[in-house]
Design a protein around this ligand. Structure first.
Ligand code: 1GP
Length: 240
């Protein structure tokens, strides 16, 4: 159960982290071996598994298969309680603090406890902040919340800071999977300047320039899903 500690150590050593997001809804178990081989050959440090709309039980089967092919930590990034499985290493316990839907702030969390208590997952409290990105993303639809207006930077910064002061261990700035535009550099920069906990950035990052841009603005970890799903040759640009 050292995943959070290792993230913090990497940051102290000025290492940037990259998580590959696998959405069980878009992934077949048969694709895992080939895909994970590419992950293993790349600079990716973590594997995230989760999605907004995933059928029950699919996640557990997929995570078990991924685990047989890699030593990278597998971190659940669940869109629903049914995606929680003991087969993974850790769980991002996401509270959608950009929104005002009580279910995604605390309700689902209370419901999930009876399952979490039966697992050995390292549970990492995460302040999850959805920011408008030019198109409606699944997260917005599923959670029935408004993303934050990207021009209200101070409000976004204050939201991140409130998450930190509530004791959250990570802040995740999210543009949404398949976002037209990733989170703006200025937002990343200003949030990073305000908080001491690690900062994750994801959504709409499709090329190495956008990746580098997120890092240079202050992201400690970047999450990429869609770009790898659509074009596995992207991994070749990120070889170790
Ligand atoms: C989505 O931040 C992640 O939750 C990754 O988004 O699929 O756009 O890379 P993409």
């Amino acid at each position: 159960k050292n995943i959070y500690k290792n993230i913090k150590n990497s940051i102290l050593n000025h290492e940037k982290l990259l998580a590959v997001l696998i959405d069980p809804d878009k992934f077949s178990v048969d694709d895992v071996a080939r895909f994970i081989k590419k992950v293993n050959q790349s600079v990716a440090t973590h594997i995230f598994v989760g999605g907004s709309t995933v059928k029950d039980k699919v996640t557990e089967v997929l995570v078990s298969e991924i685990k047989t092919h890699t030593k990278r930590p597998i971190v659940l990034f669940p869109g629903a309680i049914s995606q929680i499985t003991n087969k993974a290493d850790a769980l991002l316990f996401l509270s959608l603090i950009s929104g005002r839907n009580p279910d995604y702030l605390i309700g689902k969390h209370v419901e999930s406890i009876s399952i979490i208590k039966t697992t050995n997952l390292e549970v990492i409290s995460t302040g999850y902040i959805l920011i408008e990105s030019g198109n409606e993303t699944a997260i917005e639809r599923v959670t029935q919340t408004q993303p934050m207006d990207k021009n209200t930077i101070q409000n976004i910064v204050n939201t991140a800071k409130a998450g930190e002061l509530l004791g959250m261990k990570l802040i995740y700035l999210e543009a949404g999977s398949g976002a037209l535009n990733p989170v703006d550099s200025e937002i990343i920069l200003k949030v990073k300047n305000e908080i001491k906990i690690p900062l994750i950035v994801g959504g709409g990052i499709k090329n190495t320039q956008q990746l580098e841009n997120a890092y240079s603005s202050g992201a400690d970890m970047v999450v990429i899903g869609t770009a790898f799903e659509e074009d596995e040759t992207f991994f070749d640009k990120l070889r170790k």
